[in-house]
Design a protein around this ligand. Structure first.
Ligand code: SIN
Length: 531
């Protein structure tokens, strides 16, 4: 089947600008921009930088083997176990080895990580980590504190120009090389299309949570960057693997506020409305079982109408001090976690799939790089180990900067930052009318539990919605949804975040990553739909 790639093809300019274009103002994009200094960088962000990014909402912290007795090897081993057979060992070894250096970079940028009484970095424990290795900020404030420090550093760095409110719609591809982007200002409602060219383009647009009805992610995280890369011909990987967080707070909010896994680490337990501790018969580790197992346990209770509730009443002594973010969410919803249980539901939380990159963040297209949640480096396999995502973002964005810097000659001119367009107003981008239908079908058939018949129905619906798109930005989003559906139907087994009721076991022949381009996905759709 023919490719639907619609990337804008332009005549090659006489002389291409040396600047690096970074799409996305979350942790990966900003860290890459800082690490590229003093080379000229333009960051394009749909919202004011640091906002509209999942990184700012991270409650846990960064996994790093910096505590007493911990080792890089143990971190590697825990990640491989969580990833359920398909973690790329070379990638995770590099990532775990560089964790300490990147934590020290973040300290230099002003991130106030918690310290113990002797002044060493304090580390805490999380499910599926065999050692205490999560570096945090004031309990559950890590994401916010990291982003505040990075935004302040970016604003002070003369080599970084920021264009806020710029929504990138497409990549410019010339003779197979990515040479620029097409963007609209005013949060995507601007009349004029801006064409920006650069020596290299870095995609750092985050994940896909908003393809689902219940998600912990900001609205901006709906897979647009991944779909754009796919349409331009980039290779994707592991698109079937979506991680559902077991305990989003079930109060009908969109996005759903998160009740961090650390609460269960502290001893909080899960109950249904009949008072049964339903995780006990499901797994020897009960509430501390792997995230996908707990998510399925909660999903079953919610689906059966019994509901699921997190009981923190005896486990957490001073909720407001220990978990200020969750406490704030509960207060807003009128829940007192000291005397009441918190209603919870699984929510789309993290995407293990995305743009395939090598160990230095290079995609399969010349001139095009990617970092953060929009990538699939192979570090997470089929199921991400908690708190490895912020680590992956800083490690690989730094590697991109290091590799690229060696290839870029001049530094940024002194007045480079003067070209910035900044705003404190967070205008949410207008959402396509078919987004509601897309989120419904993704949740109904490509969520916590999947089966062949349901996924085929979902793919038919996605193809129908794609035909009705009439919008480049929605083409990007729906392309990602289509690739998730195709790869999920194609993988006839259950592994990590991908659970099929019609193939509930792992199968040896599927112990491998999925690598695919959009053209290859299109070619197998007719067979997949026949079943
Ligand atoms: C959590 O705090 O439960 C989320 C941590 C993560 O997803 O890494």
């Amino acid at each position: 089947m023919a490719s639907t790639a619609l990337a804008v093809h332009q005549p090659r300019p006489e002389k291409r600008s040396e600047e690096v274009l970074i799409i996305g103002g979350g942790l990966a994009g900003l860290f890459c921009a800082l690490k590229l200094a003093p080379k000229a960088v333009t960051v394009l962000a749909a919202a004011p930088i640091g906002r509209g990014a999942s990184s700012a909402w991270a409650q846990a912290g960064i996994a790093a083997a910096v505590g007493p007795g911990d080792t890089v090897e143990t971190h590697v081993r825990d990640t491989i176990i969580a990833g359920d057979g398909i973690v790329d060992e070379a990638i995770i070894r590099e990532m775990a080895s560089e964790a300490s250096a990147r934590i020290h970079d973040l300290l230099d940028y002003g991130v106030p990580f918690d310290r113990d009484l002797e002044g060493h970095l304090a580390v805490s424990r999380e499910a599926a980590h065999s050692e205490s290795r999560i570096v945090r900020v004031r309990g559950d404030m890590a994401g916010r504190a990291i982003m505040e420090a990075l935004v302040a550093s970016v604003r002070k760095t003369p080599s970084i120009r920021v264009l806020e409110g710029y929504v990138v719609e497409d990549l410019i591809v010339e003779d197979g090389r990515v040479t620029g982007v097409v963007a609209r200002d005013k949060a995507g409602s601007g009349e004029e299309l801006h064409r920006l060219t650069g020596s290299n383009v870095v995609m750092a647009t985050g994940g896909v949570g908003h393809l689902y009805e219940v998600t912990t992610n900001p609205t901006e995280a709906r897979g647009g960057g991944i779909g754009m890369a796919a349409r331009a011909g980039a290779r994707l990987a592991d698109m079937e693997f979506v991680q559902f967080h077991p305990t989003a707070i079930n109060v009908g909010e969109d996005p759903a506020p998160l009740a961090t896994e650390a609460l269960r680490g502290h001893g909080a337990t899960l109950h249904n409305s009949a008072g049964e501790r339903f995780m006990l018969p499901l797994h020897p580790d009960a509430e501390l079982a792997p995230r996908d197992v707990v998510a399925r346990g909660i999903f079953a209770e919610v689906k059966a109408g019994r509901g699921a509730f997190l009981d923190c009443r005896t486990a957490v002594h001073d909720f407001a001090a220990e978990f200020p973010t969750v406490f704030g969410y509960c207060q807003k919803a009128g829940i007192d976690p000291a005397s009441e249980m918190i209603p919870v539901v699984p929510a789309a939380h993290y995407f293990m799939g995305g743009i395939w990159t090598d160990i230095n963040g290079r995609s399969s297209l010349p001139g095009f790089w990617a970092c953060g949640e929009c990538t699939s480096t192979g570090a997470h396999g089929a199921n991400r180990l908690a708190s490895n995502s912020l680590l992956e973002a800083v490690v690989f964005s730094a590697r991109i900067a290091e590799t690229m810097k060696a290839e870029i000659k001049p530094d940024a001119p002194a007045d480079w930052q003067d070209g910035s367009v900044t705003t404190s107003e967070h205008i949410t981008e207008k959402v396509h009318p078919n987004m509601v239908a897309l989120r419904q079908v993704m949740s109904a058939h490509l969520g916590v539990l999947r089966d062949g018949a349901g996924m085929r129905e979902a793919l038919e619906k996605i193809l129908h919605l794609a035909r009705e798109s009439h919008s480049v930005r929605f083409d990007n989003v729906i392309t990602t949804a289509k690739l998730i559906a195709v790869c999920a139907i194609n993988r006839t087994e259950s592994r990590g975040g991908h659970f099929r009721t019609d193939y509930p076991e792992e199968r040896a022949e599927w112990k491998r990553r999925t690598l695919v381009t959009l053209d290859q996905a299109h070619a197998i759709i007719p067979d997949l739909l026949e079943g």
